[in-house]
Design a protein around this ligand. Structure first.
Ligand SMILES: Nc1nc2c(ncn2[C@@H]2O[C@H](COP(=O)(O)OP(=O)(O)OP(=O)(O)O)[C@@H](O)[C@H]2O)c(=O)[nH]1
Ligand SMILES: [Mg+2]
Length: 352
C-alpha cells in the first residue's frame, strides 16, 4: 500500500514527508535528488486503549508506505513529473499532491506566483496527458487488430472523457469496467489527495488554499496543513507537542487527520486482534470476508478456517471485558463470508 507524494518544485513535499516521519531529510536547495521512502504507522486510539486493558508484550499499528518522489530533473521546473516519476507513480495505490499555498519571499515558485488552484489544475493536466498518450497508443493497436469488444468501447470512452478535460477518477465505472481498466494503472484514475500547504500567517483560516471547490469538482480529498510547523512539531519530544500546538493555535492533530484521510482514500480499514502476546491493527480493504481477513494474519488461519468470534471494539469497550461482552451477547460467531467491519475484534477458530 504505497502512497506517492507529488508536487511542483519547492511546494513542500519533503517538508510534509519529514512531518510524517519525524525524519530530517534535507529541504530547500539542498534537498535530496533521490526519492525518500518511509513506512508510517497509522495512529489508532483503539490499539492504545486495548493495550491498556490487555497489557500485551507488543502493540502494532497499521502502516502505510509514503514515497517522496525524486525531484524532476529532466522536464523543466514548470512540470512536476518527468518520465521516471510517471513510471514510479504507476506502482502507487494513491497520490498526494502537495500544493504550495504559503507566501515566502525567499522560496521562489516555479510559476513565479502562489496560486493553488492553478497548480492543482496543472497537476491534473500532467496526469491526464500521461494517460492520454497511453490510451492513444493502445487504441491504435486495437484498431489494427480490428477489436470491437467491450474493452475497446471502454478505452474509447476513457479517451473521450479525458479529451473533454476531465480526469478518469470522475468517470463512472461498473465493477466489471474497473477490473478491465486495472491493468492500465492510469494516473488520473488513482485516488488523490490535495494537501494545501499553507503558511504560518494563514493558521486558523477556513480554506487556506481556496481549493475546496476544485477538490469537490474533481473528486479529490482535501487536507490543509502548515507543513513547516508540522515538521517542527514532529521533531519535538512527544510530551512537548500538544503544548506547542496549542500555543500556535493549531488545535487539531492535522498530521493524524492527514494519515487517516490517506488510509481512507486507499479504501482501507482495520480490524483488531487483542491478547497477551500482542494487540494489533491489521489492514484490509473495505468489504473483505472473514476468511480473507484471517489470511492476512496467517495463511493457515484461512486454510483451516472454522469460524470467527467477532466483537466490535465499541461493544467491547462498553462491556469492559471479553467475559462481560459475551454475557451481553455482543460476541458473535461468524462464518467465512462475514464482511468484516472497521474496528471488529476477531478471534479466528481454525484447524489445520
Ligand atoms: N514559510 C513556509 N515555508 C515553507 C513551508 N513549507 C515548506 N517551506 C519552505 O519551502 C522550501 C521548499 O520546501 P521542500 O519541502 O524542500 O519542498 P519540496 O517540494 O520537497 O522541494 P523539491 O524537492 O526541491 O521540489 C523550503 O525552504 C521550506 O523551508 C511553509 O509551510 N511555510
Ligand atoms: Mg523535496
Amino acid at each position: 500500500m504505497k502512497v506517492g507524494i507529488v508536487g511542483y518544485a519547492r511546494s513542500g513535499k519533503t517538508t510534509l514527508f519529514n512531518a510524517l516521519t519525524g525524519a530530517h531529510a534535507a529541504v530547500g536547495a539542498y534537498g535530496a535528488r533521490e526519492a525518500n521512502i518511509a513506512v508510517i504507522k497509522v495512529p489508532d486510539e483503539r490499539v492504545d486503549k486495548l493495550a491498556e486493558i490487555f497489557q500485551p508484550k507488543k502493540k502494532t499499528y497499521a502502516e502505510i508506505e509514503f514515497i517522496d518522489i525524486a525531484p524532476n530533473e529532466t522536464a523543466g521546473e514548470q512540470k512536476a513529473l518527468d518520465n521516471s516519476a510517471l513510471t514510479a507513480l504507476k506502482n502507487a495505490e494513491a497520490l498526494v499532491h502537495v500544493v504550495r499555498a504559503f507566501e515566502s519571499e525567499s522560496v521562489i515558485h516555479p510559476m513565479d506566483s502562489v496560486n493553488p488552484v492553478r497548480d492543482a489544475a496543472n497537476m491534473d493536466d500532467e496526469l491526464k496527458l500521461s494517460d492520454l498518450i497511453i490510451l492513444e497508443k493502445r487504441i491504435e493497436r486495437m484498431e489494427k487488430e480490428n477489436r470491437k469488444d467491450l474493452e475497446f468501447e471502454l478505452i474509447k470512452r476513457c479517451q473521450a472523457h479525458l479529451e473533454s478535460g476531465q480526469p478518469l477518477r470522475t468517470l463512472e465505472l461498473t465493477p466489471r469496467e474497473s477490473t478491465m481498466l486495472a491493468g492500465y494503472t492510469f494516473l488520473s484514475q488513482k485516488s488523490m489527495m490535495l494537501v494545501a500547504n499553507y503558511g504560518e500567517a494563514d493558521i486558523g483560516k477556513e480554506d487556506p488554499g481556496g481549493l475546496k471547490a476544485f477538490a469537490a469538482e474533481n473528486h479529490l480529498t482535501l487536507i490543509s496543513l502548515c507543513g513547516s510547523m508540522e515538521m517542527e512539531i514532529a521533531q519535538l519530544a512527544e510530551e512537548e507537542r500538544a503544548e506547542f500546538r496549542e500555543s500556535l493555535g493549531l488545535g487539531e492533530e492535522s498530521k493524524t487527520q492527514f494519515i487517516h484521510a490517506a488510509y481512507d482514500m486507499l479504501g482501507l480499514m482495520s480490524f483488531l486482534t487483542a491478547g497477551a502476546p500482542e494487540v494489533r491493527a491489521w489492514t484490509i480493504r473495505k468489504n473483505t470476508h472473514a476468511v480473507d481477513a484471517a489470511g492476512v494474519i496467517h495463511s493457515d488461519l484461512a486454510r483451516g478456517f472454522i469460524r470467527a468470534e467477532v466483537v466490535n471494539y465499541k461493544d467491547f469497550m462498553e462491556a469492559g471485558s471479553m467475559a462481560k461482552a459475551k454475557e451481553h451477547g455482543k460476541v458473535r460467531l461468524e462464518g467465512k463470508d462475514y464482511i468484516v467491519q472497521d474496528g471488529d475484534m476477531l478471534l479466528i477458530r481454525f484447524n489445520v
